[in-house]
Design a protein around this ligand. Structure first.
Ligand code: GLP
Length: 259
């Protein structure tokens, strides 16, 4: 795992946006896995600016990590609306190239299989953007999720319900069930990029990067991923024991590796 510590939130967001932009410049028809939550909002804003300067999304295909069960596509707190607001309405991604788990599917297990099949038929995910929950979840793979899991329905922990209540106004409005790509689905992406910012993520970050690989902290499985970048700001890096080493590696990276 490459661990990149940036001095500020803005610099961490810029780094993540540049990694995504480099992927699109390398392969215009990239398949991107996308994430929601407050963390990527700044990244999407920078990608929007880059798009105004020519970054092309017309051939990009997208697969979002997760969606709440029971919310319609046009529900203001649905992740589809979130992505529409923060990215899709602002760049030239083709509507037919956008994919989400359908939280209103009648047959959820069958729908999850179809979602996996759609990812495969698009050629697999080239770059998966991730955030991390304060309990170490990725997508909505809560602690105890199988590290081999595929897209499926999950029940949120009370902690995640509480963390996400700010989007809904009150905790009792947060759906308890979600559809999420599995940990195994995420691990199949050719590259992963996890962005974590702020002090509230410091414990999850040290667990994922330096703790044991465990289903109790699903993001820790990314230690097994052959091409995973973790981008953090100083606030999220406070508990990393080898922070100085990660900084040293990054500062001394050969130019040919800065791709
Ligand atoms: C939700 C999303 C995750 C996201 C997490 C953290 O649980 N399903 O993909 O990483 O929230 O969100 P935030 O960035 O708001 O802290």
């Amino acid at each position: 795992m490459e661990i990149i510590i940036k001095a500020s939130l803005a610099e961490a967001q810029r780094e993540a946006a540049e990694i995504i932009a480099r992927q699109l410049r390398r392969k215009a028809a990239s398949v991107l896995g996308l994430a929601t939550g407050s963390t990527p909002i700044g990244v999407y804003a920078i990608l929007t600016e880059m798009h105004k300067e020519g970054l092309d999304f017309s051939k990009v295909k997208t697969f979002n990590l997760d969606e709440y069960v029971g919310l319609s596509d046009d529900h203001p707190q649905s992740y589809r609306q979130f992505m529409q607001q923060h990215l899709f309405s602002r760049v030239n991604v083709a509507p037919g190239h956008i994919h989400f788990p359908d939280g209103r599917a009648e047959d959820i297990p069958a729908h999850c299989l179809e979602y996996e099949a759609a990812i495969r038929s698009a050629g697999g995910i080239d770059l998966q953007l991730l955030g991390i929950g304060s309990d170490g979840h990725i997508g909505f793979n809560e602690p105890s999720s199988s590290l081999a899991s595929r897209t499926r329905i999950k029940t949120l922990t009370p902690r995640t319900v509480k963390d996400n209540a700010r989007f809904f106004g009150t905790a009792d409005k947060v759906p308890h069930h979600v559809i999420t790509m599995g940990v195994g689905t995420i691990m199949d992406a050719r590259a992963c990029l996890l962005l974590a910012t702020g002090e509230s993520k410091a414990e999850a970050v040290v667990g994922m990067a330096e703790g044991p690989i465990t289903a109790n902290l699903p993001a820790s499985v990314l230690q097994m991923h052959p091409d995973c970048k973790l981008v953090v700001d100083e606030a999220a890096a406070t508990r990393l024991r080898r922070a100085d080493y990660y900084r040293w590696v990054y500062e001394n990276k050969p130019d040919w590796q800065r791709r």
